[in-house]
Design a protein around this ligand. Structure first.
Ligand SMILES: [Zn+2]
Length: 140
């Protein structure tokens, strides 16, 4: 349910893990062990003891994003993999070459690779926020 929010937060540089397949107890355990804020639309879950939780009453994505940022502050990173939440590291054009189409290599200068799943991203020359990032769907 909050999957889109998680992906948008990753674009913005937040370390946002997303799971919707776990029982509440497991979600609480992971949040506690990893020192995470549990963001949920489940009011009962947000009130459970022993976990730092944020209940999102907001239904609109933009409002949800605003609310999370209000609570947690600015992102510390530059952007994370939207697919798996791995950290992105800069790679050279040579390293990117096998993973991106030739036209992308010609017109783009900045490339990044996800440390976790290996996807390659590039930043467009016309940087206007997250739309400028593209995903190389050919890598793993
Ligand atoms: Zn990834």
């Amino acid at each position: 349910m909050l999957g889109t929010l998680a992906r948008r937060l990753r674009w913005l540089g937040y370390d946002a893990e997303y799971r919707n397949d776990l029982p509440d107890e497991e979600m609480i355990r992971i949040a506690r062990e990893e020192g995470r804020l549990l963001v949920t639309r489940d009011r009962a879950l947000s009130r459970r003891r022993g976990v730092n939780a944020l209940y999102l009453a907001e239904e609109e994505l933009e409002e949800q994003i605003r609310r999370v940022i209000e609570v947690v502050g600015p992102a510390s990173g530059e952007g994370r993999c939207t697919v798996c939440n791995g950290a992105l590291v800069s790679i050279s054009r040579e390293e990117a070459r096998p993973h991106v189409p030739p036209y992308v290599l010609r017109i783009h200068r900045r490339f990044m690779r996800c440390e976790r799943c290996g996807r390659v991203y590039w930043r467009g020359s016309h940087w206007r926020g997250m739309q400028s990032w593209s995903l190389d769907i050919n890598t793993p």
